[in-house]
Write a protein that binds this ligand. Sequence first.
Ligand code: HOZ
Length: 428
Amino acid sequence: MSQGPLSAKLFAAAKQYIPGGVNSPVRAFRGVGGDPFFVRRAKGSRIWDVDGKDLIDYVGTWGPAILGHAPVCVIEAIHSAAKDGVSFGIPNPYEVEMAKLVCEWVPSVEKVRLCNSGTEATMSCVRLARGFTGRDRIVKFDGCYHGHVDALLVAAGSGALTNGKPDSAGIPASYAELTTVLPYNDVAALEELFDQRGHEIAAIIVESYPANAGLILPQPGYLQALRDITKKHGSLLIFDEVMTGFRLAKGGVQELEGLIPDLTAMGKVIGGGLPVGAFGGRADIMDMLAPDGPVYQAGTLSGNPLAMAAGLAQLREMEKQNGYAHLEQLGQIMEDAVLDALKATGRNYQWYRKGSMFCLFFTETPVHNLTDAKTSDIPAFRKFFHACLDDGVYIAPSQYETGFISLAHSPDDIARTAEVMAKALRGL
Ligand code: HOZ
């Protein structure tokens, strides 16, 4: 059972005062059945629920906890910054340090603006692309999720997909009409669209590795095709690196793939667990932002000193510990163990991993796009999820999400996880 008695009591109260009892739909367990547990404490690779049960956690607060939960360096940085005040609403030194670090680490970023969430980052990229190009049309991909931005909540992944409502209500048809949705990894569809409407297209926005419909990797040459076609037609290429940025490499997917997008949206890891987003790119595009340019974007808490201090501490610790190489080793240990478990149980489910991000699709069909992802056996995933949870392993409560390993996961944690997963697979 996912809920102990204290969680059940809290959830009953939460439902009275909060829509659905949660402050973000992905927490509601609608994709797996049952009700969510409430967390009292998190440290390292573990979370403890209010009923005292501990779990090895692969959700990692949906990505930010790359060092594990509550790392000492981040907690100390927050304490130290808070002593001088928690928000100023006027520039502070931390935000300059953070902006400099982002420009140094992320290959395409010449200038960056800090904001408070990944949603703000993608929303601002879209506005900026429209302002810069003077065009209105945006292209996105089926199953990609870019936060709860009106223009992008069309054919969306993550909670929208999990809940079976990938097109949100409340978005005027005339507004959604300006978003064209393409299947991912399909160069012919891309070329056909640009041949017909290239002159209308302000930008393509793409999750650099889509991670909100499970984890889907680009076919060789696909990201380059996006780069080439946008360049040819005078459109911008926006990489949404909210999930992948600072997680797979210092410079995200663009560093790994050797590609330079025009704009990049960032979030999650950059905030060290506090609410931070960022977007950046070519200086001539970024200079279109107010106060220098005509594209307005703002935020009372943007560049908040606590959030900047937490993010800087986390990113510097990753660098100090050579964290990305270490995460790749942990990811490989996990991969070997899961593939062994699949073999031993005679299951040919599709496993995808890049560094510390992973997804096990409950389908035997290779997954290259949302249509493939949807061939997954959802009842089998639900059963697997609950079996893992009962045995102390917490993965995201949806087939259409991605798992995260942190530097706090030990090889023993991973070995235990593989045992639990093997038992869950045997039980299907
Ligand atoms: N990108 C996150 C998981 N796919 C979203 C988390 C949330 O919606 O709360």
